[in-house]
Structure formats: structure tokens, C-alpha cells
Design a protein around this ligand. Structure first.
Ligand SMILES: *Cc1c(COP(=O)(O)O)cnc(C)c1O
Length: 453
């Protein structure tokens, strides 16, 4: 079902023009130009997307195995999302949210609050995940000032944490390759505590044991420093950029209890793991807890438009209500609460409720587990793991170019799978069918052989 491609050199043309004019994210641009070297990273011009597939200008197709950087939930060119956006375009494309409000932002805020059982009653908007992180950190810090405890100003994060790459978000991000070059810019880096990553299990330890061990360190830290700590920020259940590091919900239960006891905010960064990714709509639900602040982005707009949101508890919101403007949360972005982005999010939530997506994903998740199961026997595959619509394994190899070799080989096999270091993972849109999962399985097996050859 490849589309017609009238101009066979179109790919090369867009490639050259992009390299001449576009600075691509998260990329050593030189790696795009050195074909044949082990560092070479192909730049793929995409002409169009349809459902789970991306098509280049020469008619080659790629199954989007990582949901275009974890954003796309219901496929490219989704007819329901397209229709919702077309309707919104006819009424209101944008209006500033300071001093004004509009239907999509009100409805979305109400529905997100309802999804938390009404516990996180107010929604603050921005455009990117990193901005949501910064908003949550600023809200927590400012809350403690407003209630007369300005000494509570320190933040805690977990080893391997990723909460975005703006200067403020880097303070709570623990990924050396993103952070080290800018370390002098980061004013006050958060204290990094041990991750409950299940891969750290000692012989005989269960994932819950690892969680308890990590929580014990959190407890010791809070016993000593709780009075100066504003918040703990975590990626519930799966630390994505750390290499899909998964942990037992027990950690979240214990962290919640400790945060309550030592009066510290729990910030759940569900930018990657929210919106059904781990099997429940919010990942934290699997621990039976609610955070004080919840960050969402990526999938919330179905992967259509930049939108992020921070949901907060009413008591936190109430601490900003005062006659004094200085006690207000004076934070804004030009596109805060953009109606088109909010409309895309509402259409995304509609699909969740109309299609019972979480139930359908349980079946998909089983198919994903079955498709990857044969790889467990591979002599270089370690820690094959899965949670909801995320599956991953680590590859035992010393090759520093493994990730790029695998990525190239997967593209050659019609699949977009972009390992993080030596971790190969799938994070497909919630529309992949059994045949597409089998396609991903075959592409993964072939790419692995090719990358290790
Ligand atoms: C992607 C991501 C972010 C940052 O979001 P951006 O939109 O890329 O700024 C923050 N936290 C987590 C857990 C993420 O996966």
C-alpha cells in the first residue's frame, strides 16, 4: 500500500534542504552527513503519515514503533482528531488565557479533574513537557513561601530522572548527556536519590524489595532534610529516558506516605507515562495514590499539538488566593491553553471513553509480550520487560554505536525503533493491530541480528 511517488529523488532533495536550513533536536548534525561511518544517523524526510505508518517522499514506509517520540496515541491523520480540529478552526483558533476563557479549556480542565476523582481540581497550561516541570517546581516552591515556610526550597529526584531540558527542568534531570554541558547554568541541582529500577534487584530480591530499599533511602533523607524539602518529583512506574527503567508501584505508595509524613509535595511527571501508556489512564493509579501536582504532555493532545498541563490539589491552589498580586502564580506562556490544542486533547479523551481503549490495549499488550518473547532466549538480551503499552529489553554489547546501528537496521526493515543507549523499546500507538505487532517483532529481530553482526 505504498503511495505513488512521482519524483524518485524527492527524498534526497528534502534531505539536502533540511540539512542546509534546519537544526534538528537532540542530534550531532554531523552524524547526518557521514554516510557509511558507524556514527551515521540517517535523516528521514517524511511526506505523510497514515495510522501507525509514516511514509517518506520515495514511498518507503516505516511503522511508528515509538509513537513519534511517545506523543502519538491514535495514529497519524486520525479522522476523529482531524474532524475535531477542523470544527475548532471554524470557531476559535486562539485567544490569550489571561483575562479570557473559552470552551475547550474549561471542558478539558473539568474532564482532567474528573479523571483524578476531583482531587486535582485546577489545571494550569503550557506547551511543552519541560514547561510543565518548571511550573510544578515553581508552584511547589511558591506554595511553601505563601504558607510561611520559605525554607522548604529543595527538590528531590531519582537517579536517571528525566523531566525535560530547559535550564530549570535540568535541575531535576539526571541524564549526564543532557545535563553535563550545562551544569554551571543549573542554579540549584536537586538531590538525586536511588531509583527503584527493578533491574537493580540483588539475587533473591523482588521488584517490591528494590522499591522498599529505595524508599528507605528517601525516608532517611527526609528524616534529616524534610524541613527544607519542597517536593519529590518522579516518573511513576517507568523512567522513560533512563532506558524504560520500570519499578514496582510499592515505591509510589511508600513515597506518597513519606511525603505526607514530612510535608513534602509529590510531583508525578506523567508526561510520558500518562494517558494510558502503562495500562491505567494515569500511571500513579496503579499504586492507589494521587500526587499533589501532576504533569501531562506528549499524548494528551493525541500527538497533534504542543500542549502540557499541570494539575494541582485545591489546597495548593488556595494558598495562592490573596489580595496581594505577589502571592499569585505569575507565570504564563503566550499559547497557554490554546483552544486548538485543548480541542485535540478533548477529542483524545473522547476516543478513550468511546472505544474503551484501556481494555483494547490489554489485548495489544499481550500480543506485544508474545511477539517479543522469542527474544528472551537471545544470548545478548537482558531484562525483557513490559508495562502496558511499553516493552523494552537491554542488549549486552560493548559497541558504542549499537543504538545507531540498530536504528538504521530497523528503518531498513520498515520500522521506526530508536534505542536509548543499549535499551531497545517499543512504545507504539494504541491502534497497532496483530499484523503490525508481528511486523515490529520481525523488524526488531532482524535489526538486532544486523546491529550485532
Ligand atoms: C518528554 C518528557 C519531558 C519533557 O517534555 P518536552 O515536551 O520534550 O519538553 C519531561 N518529562 C518526561 C517524563 C518526558 O518523557
Amino acid at each position: 500500500m505504498n503511495p505513488a511517488h512521482p519524483n524518485p529523488s524527492a527524498n534526497a532533495d528534502w534531505l539536502a534542504r533540511s540539512q542546509a536550513a534546519v537544526w534538528h533536536p537532540c542530534t550531532q548534525m554531523r552524524h547526518h552527513t557521514r554516510a557509511g561511518s558507524p556514527e551515521h544517523l540517517p535523516l528521514v524526510p517524511i511526506a505523510r503519515g497514515q495510522e501507525a505508518w509514516l511514509y517518506d517522499f520515495d514511498g518507503k514506509r516505516y511503522l511508528d514503533g515509538i509513537s513519534s517520540w511517545w506523543t502519538n496515541l491514535f495514529g497519524h491523520a486520525n479522522p476523529r482528531l482531524n474532524a475535531a480540529l477542523r470544527a475548532q478552526l471554524k470557531t476559535l483558533e486562539h485567544v490569550m488565557l489571561a483575562g479570557f476563557t473559552h470552551r475547550p479549556v474549561v471542558e478539558l480542565s473539568e474532564r482532567l479533574s474528573a479523571l483524578t476523582g476531583g482531587i486535582l481540581g485546577h489545571a494550569f497550561y503550557a506547551s511543552d513537557g519541560a514547561s510543565a516541570t518548571e511550573i510544578a517546581l515553581k508552584m511547589s516552591f511558591h506554595y511553601w513561601r505563601n504558607v510561611g515556610r520559605p525554607e522548604k526550597a529543595e527538590f528531590l529526584c531519582l537517579a536517571g530522572a528525566y523531566h525535560g531540558e530547559t535550564v530549570g527542568a535540568l535541575a531535576v534531570t539526571d541524564v549526564a548527556i543532557f545535563k553535563d554541558a550545562y551544569a554551571p547554568l543549573v542554579r540549584r541541582a536537586a538531590r538525586v536519590l536511588p531509583s527503584p529500577d527493578s533491574r537493580l534487584a540483588e539475587p533473591g530480591e523482588t521488584p517490591a524489595d528494590v522499591a522498599r530499599r529505595a524508599a528507605a533511602v528517601l525516608k532517611r533523607h527526609l528524616q534529616e532534610h524534610g524541613a527544607r524539602t519542597a517536593a519529590l518529583i518522579v516518573e511513576p512506574l517507568v523512567q522513560g529516558a533512563a532506558g524504560m527503567a520500570m519499578h514496582d508501584p510499592e515505591y509510589l505508595r511508600l513515597a506518597r506516605a513519606l511525603c505526607d509524613r514530612y510535608e513534602v509535595h509529590l510531583i508525578c511527571d506523567e508526561i510520558a507515562v500518562g494517558c494510558g501508556r502503562t495500562g491505567s489512564f494515569f500511571a500513579h493509579e496503579q499504586a492507589g495514590i494521587r500526587p499533589d501536582l501532576l504533569c501531562l504532555s506528549k499524548g494528551i493532545s493525541g500527538g497533534y499539538l504542543p500542549l502540557s498541563v499541570v494539575l494541582c490539589r485545591d489546597a495548593l491552589y488556595a494558598a495562592f488566593l490573596d489580595d496581594s498580586t505577589a502571592r499569585a502564580f505569575l507565570h504564563s506562556h503566550s499559547y497557554t491553553g490554546n483552544p486548538l490544542a485543548c480541542r485535540a486533547a478533548l477529542a483524545t479523551l473522547d476516543i478513550f471513553s468511546e472505544d474503551d481503549v484501556l481494555a483494547a490495549n490489554r489485548i495489544r499488550a499481550q500480543q506485544i509480550v508474545a511477539a517479543l518473547a522469542p527474544l528472551a532466549a537471545h544470548p545478548q538480551v537482558r531484562h525483557l520487560r513490559q508495562r502496558g503499552m511499553i516493552a523494552a529489553f537491554d542488549v549486552a554489547t560493548d559497541d558504542p554505536h549499537f543504538s545507531r546501528r540498530f536504528y538504521r537496521a530497523a528503518l531498513d526493515n520498515e520500522a521506526l525503533i530508536r534505542p536509548i543507549g543499549n535499551t531497545v523499546y517499543w512504545m507504539p500507538p494504541y491502534i497497532v493491530d496483530a499484523a503490525e505487532i508481528a511486523h515490529l517483532g520481525a523488524a526488531t529481530a532482524r535489526a538486532l541480528e544486523c546491529a550485532l553482526a
